[in-house]
Ligand binder design. Structure first.
Ligand code: ATP
Ligand code: MG
Length: 393
């Protein structure tokens, strides 16, 4: 019989009355994600999402890789389905797992019997299959305490399934169950990770990027779009709003005290992002800020920056160490792009002595020298919207 995927539901199983909503979303997301790889039957029973190819044309390796990016899955395995009798189960173990078994030093069989009508209980089934496999593969020792390889047998409602070790899924909650967020995306290491982390909680994301041509180059913009594309592998399609920021940065430089440049610039970013995000139906803003990392990320500075918006501000990296952030960036595939050396508008005109403890009233007094509303209006007019999909076709 054929190969299929068993994807174990994560936190969804803790949901109460609205569990169906989460399950339906997960099925919908999975069907969409699998469509590129052929025709699959996707359904959930017993806290497991089944992904079953309907014909031999399916690209199972492609589908498997994509399955690993679907939020809402805790563990996953590829398996072989067979009839629910010990002969068929034994044969499936040999045919499907024999090559792996032969390479192992030792093994054990672990069984789960959710179909209680099956005549052997799980211990008896493990003993039966383990005994027959030990005869078939005499060079591989049986070790029930610390085996090199575990043969898994699951007797479920429709069939029995055999598989090797499971691997972790993407975790989190299904995309689309947690609302929508506007992510302030720079070309750095932090903000793509912040976007990924909020997306993992089931949130759809839209990104906003500030761009200061000619102070920042076309290549810096391409880099941000590339980062967004990598993120769509996990969170699905998104729009990136690229906001022309040059006029605002020059106005701050020309009219406000040098030391206030960064904090006033960041207040503009927040105000503009809030308007764009609300326009996309997003209800919060997300940044890659991390307490104490730079002058603009002290608690005092963040408090003054955050005053200008009324939507909640989320900073998923706020308490993390840089090395942990880098580890996630490497795992999700954004790191290599993030470390390309193109400048960000945040590094244009940066003062030598940015205020780490800005006083709100003084910041407001400096800002009053500007036509805040006019500058925001024009920047929003001067926004380019780019739709990003993971697959171009
Ligand atoms: P990152 O690695 O995400 O660039 P950072 O440590 O360099 O962060 P800052 O440059 O102070 O820190 O930026 C803090 C946050 O502000 C970023 O994480 C991002 O959310 C947002 N941000 C910075 N620059 C931009 C930009 N050009 N466009 C959009 N958002 C930005
Ligand atoms: Mg940065």
């Amino acid at each position: 019989m054929k190969e299929l995927f068993l994807l174990k539901l994560g936190e969804i199983v803790l949901k109460g009355l609205n569990r169906r909503v989460f399950e339906d979303k997960l099925k919908y997301n999975t069907r969409r994600r699998m469509a590129k790889f052929g025709e699959f039957k996707v359904y959930i029973t017993q806290s497991t999402l089944y992904v079953e190819p309907l014909n031999d044309d399916c690209d199972l390796d492609g589908a498997w890789e994509a399955a690993g990016t679907i939020f809402g899955i805790s563990m996953m395995c590829r398996c072989r389905a067979c009839e629910k009798n010990t002969d068929a189960i034994f044969k499936a173990c040999c045919d499907y797992l024999g090559d792996d078994l032969m390479l192992a030093k030792s093994f054990k069989v672990e069984s789960k019997r959710s179909d209680k009508r099956f005549p052997l209980n799980s211990i008896q089934l493990s003993q039966e299959i383990g005994g027959r496999l030990a005869e078939e593969y005499p060079n591989v020792a049986v070790d029930v305490h610390n085996p090199d390889y575990v043969v898994n047998v699951e007797v479920r409602e429709n069939a029995a399934y055999v598989h090797g070790p499971s691997v972790p899924g993407a975790g989190g909650l299904p995309t689309g169950t947690g609302g929508r967020a506007g992510v302030l995306l720079s070309g750095g290491i932090d903000s793509p990770v912040a976007g990924y982390m909020i997306a993992k909680r089931g949130v759809e994301i839209e990104c906003i990027h500030f761009f200061s041509y000619p102070y920042t180059s076309e290549r810096a913009k391409e880099k941000v779009l590339e980062l967004a594309k990598i993120m769509t592998k996990y969170c699905g399609r998104m729009t990136v709003d690229i906001v022309g920021f040059t006029e605002i940065q020059e106005a701050i430089r020309d009219n406000c005290g040098d030391d206030y440049f960064t904090i006033i610039m960041r207040r503009f970013m927040m105000r503009i992002s809030e308007r764009i995000a609300l326009d996309h139906g997003a209800k919060c803003l997300v940044t890659g800020e991390n307490l104490g990392q730079v002058a603009s990320q002290t608690m005092d500075a963040m408090a003054v920056t955050g005053r200008v918006v009324s939507v909640p501000l989320f900073h998923p990296l706020i308490g993390m160490d840089k090395e942990d952030i880098v580890r996630i960036a490497r795992r999700i595939g954004t790191l290599e792009t993030s470390i390309l050396p193109y400048e960000d508008c945040c590094t244009v005109f940066t003062p030598k002595h940015p205020k780490t403890k800005p006083v709100l009233a003084l910041v407001e007094a400096e800002e009053a020298k500007l036509d805040v509303e006019g500058l925001i209006e024009r920047a929003i007019q001067n926004t380019e919207k780019v739709t990003i999909r993971y697959y171009d076709d």
